[in-house]
Design a protein around this ligand. Sequence first.
Ligand SMILES: *[C@@H]1O[C@H](CO)[C@@H](O)[C@H](O)[C@H]1NC(C)=O
Length: 167
Amino acid sequence: MASQDIVSIFDFTVKDAKGNDVDLSTYKGKVLLIVNVASKCGLTNSNYTELNQLYEKYKDQGLEILAFPCNQFAQQEPGTNDQILDFVCTSFKSEFPIFDKVEVNGDNTSPLYKFLKSGNWGLYKDDIQWNFAKFLINKEGQVAGRYYPGTTPLSLEYDIKKLLGVS
Ligand SMILES: *[C@@H]1O[C@H](CO)[C@@H](O)[C@H](O)[C@H]1NC(C)=O
């Protein structure tokens, strides 16, 4: 799709960890939390634990978490998709979808991440800093917030509730 035709996140098709196409418009009307994940990061456990907590609490109210494995930060996601899935499912029992590995910086940045980063983010500059950078997408498919990797998943709760329209 030509980039000028892209108006929201729903215009993208990505691959899931099994290699199947997923049209992101299937998430229309949901609030999305998009995270680049890694299995071997020292901070992996706390992030997955809190992502699970958020998911448990808000999935019925319309939150979806989309996790994109990325091996660009200190090679902390070296495994195959199957190994990643196995790790995430057995260690964390995460129920949210894990997608195909992507690059988030550089020439081979995935089209989705190009879109995510295309906003005017000022201080954040262009590059994703590390594993577990977070983006919140509103129900219309627009980027509503970008957060540093160090922002804990649970500290996004207020913003998620606002986007979901729940109190
Ligand atoms: C999640 O990972 C990031 C860096 O990758 C880290 O700064 C943060 O402390 C980790 N833990 C939580 C709970 O967010």
